[in-house]
Design a protein. Structure first.
Length: 304
């Protein structure tokens, strides 16, 4: 069966299941009103979204996908990011429709969700189409690693009126990250950075990204952050040679290619065999996968 036919079938199933669940929740909460008068949560755009027990939920955000499945009855989640469905956690969402952020606006509208969670990289024109269709949209903003992940957990749980669950989830995440290198003495921490190759360009991921948070949690002091880089810098050859990190964390299959880059054979990490690839799905997960990614970094660097 083609992907389009599968999505069509899932669309019909989701609509029917959502209607049944709406009726069940309405019986428990006939007025379907916010739990507190005028209670609302501010999203990344400054808009205010009412707190209530939203029954029909759609997410185009990989972050929201992960958070929602921990906070609410899975039957309330009608659709998730297609990227999530393609990832290793896809089976968790096997009965959900996959939506691409800019391609499936009509599908989202047809699902008639009570709320749609998005991230800021969605085209503003697509957001307007959703709102013009009468849908409530909650913009979670840009993803900047642990800082925004914790904020997003609290925003989602607050607007769904389950703030205690959100606090517990945020606490579990932070405990997991802290515990990865908690036994590593400060004076024994190694230094390193992340760099990947895209085409003929060298890209980093440092302060203000999940890559930086994974490195730090995994027991590495981020050389790029120490040098004042932030976000996703595009390094020149000279910059990376100047940084000369003792360890380099990269994507699998890039290790040898990186060290064959002109002049990079002289890098300390290349000479010492300290260029380590970490599973791509872990390394690029800006959500709860950061804990496992940090464990992978610690094992690659410290052997444990």
């Amino acid at each position: 069966m083609s992907t389009s036919r599968v999505n069509a079938v899932l669309l019909l199933v989701a609509m029917a299941a959502g209607l049944l669940l709406t009726g069940a929740v309405a019986k428990r909460n006939p007025t379907h009103e916010p739990s507190a008068v005028s209670a609302a949560v501010e999203d990344a755009t400054g808009g205010h979204v009412a707190v209530r027990q939203y029954v029909r939920i759609v997410s185009t955000s990989t972050i929201a996908d992960q958070v929602l499945v921990e906070l609410v009855d899975p039957r309330r989640l009608l659709a998730v990011s297609a990227h999530t469905l393609r990832g290793p956690d896809g089976p968790v969402y096997r009965d959900k429709i996959g939506v691409e952020r800019a391609h499936d606006i009509e599908t989202i509208i047809e699902l008639r969700p009570d709320i749609v969670f998005i991230n800021s990289f969605v085209d503003e024109r697509q957001i307007e189409r959703l709102r013009n269709a009468g849908l409530t949209v909650f913009n979670l903003g840009v993803m900047r690693g642990v800082e925004t992940l914790l904020m997003n957990i609290r925003q989602i749980s607050a607007v769904l009126d389950v703030p205690q669950k959100g606090e517990a989830l945020a606490g579990e995440l932070m405990r997991g990250l802290r515990e990865v290198s908690a036994t590593l003495p400060v004076d024994q921490r190694e230094r390193g950075l992340y760099v990947g190759i895209h085409g003929d360009r060298l890209y980093g991921g440092t302060r203000g990204t999940s890559f930086h948070d994974v490195l730090v949690a995994g027991g590495l002091d981020d050389v790029a952050a120490e040098a004042g880089f932030a976000g996703w810098p595009a390094y020149t050859n000279e910059q990376l040679l100047s940084l000369d990190p003792p360890w380099i964390i990269t994507n699998p299959g890039t290790e040898q290619t990186l060290c064959r880059h002109p002049g990079f054979a002289s890098l300390t990490a290349c000479k010492a065999g300290r260029v380590q690839g970490i599973d791509t799905h872990l390394l690029t997960d800006p959500g709860f996968g950061m804990v496992d990614a940090a464990r992978a970094v610690r094992k690659a660097v410290y052997g444990m």
